[in-house]
Ligand binder design. Sequence first.
Ligand code: ATP
Length: 234
Amino acid sequence: MLEVSNIDTFYGKAQALWDVSLRIDEAEIVALIGANGAGKTTLLNTISGLLRPASGSVEFLGQRIDGLAPHTIVELGVSHVPEGRRLFTDMSVRENLEMGAYTSGAWKRKEETLEQVYQVFPALKERGGQLARTLSGGEQQMLAMGRGLMSKPKLCMFDEPSFGLAPMLVLEVFQVMKSLREQGITILLIEQNVRHTLEIADRGYVLENGRIALEGESKKLLKEELIRKAYLGL
Ligand code: ATP
């Protein structure tokens, strides 16, 4: 479904990604693991068109998407739920969700999609008229995820959705990932919670200093020395 090939991404003269390649097949959950500053967010931003790679390519469903505008990439079926939620805090829950459906195709189906999102996150329906900033941290994360689903993505990329959440809510986030995959949504997941992530993911990639250091099936990665020492504290 997604093929990232040999990309280099820069911020001005500073290089953040070196020769990064990654593949995601349909209906997979793929984990992206790495320490702070490893380049995880930069990779997501390069896929979603917020950054342009200096070299290499990104293909989605057989079409080159690097160089396309972010809104075009959303229309093609790639959604990005950013780090830190980035909600419209002075807008209501419902308005935030509607903002996720701004592409012409998704807008026509917005009521139907809203009902689907409410099934995944019932609390958002109850709080539809409330301003986003009055929600709890967990509810705000659910809203960011719900907004990401409103564009009817085929591939949804989540940047640290469990960050700052209480343990019970962290588990809920992982349950949501599993149920989205059952609904046919393919997922690229950045998470610090490496054990839980590899337990639900099919495959994973480890980024270190802007380079892919390790990749493979999650079950195998859980046994790797690098993962056990650096990320599981074993
Ligand atoms: P975190 O878990 O802390 O979000 P990350 O793995 O997502 O880390 P990135 O945010 O992609 O890492 O950062 C990769 C590198 O690029 C870091 O060295 C960072 O300092 C640098 N960087 C990130 N954003 C910018 C920016 N806007 N301008 C310049 N350098 C940046």
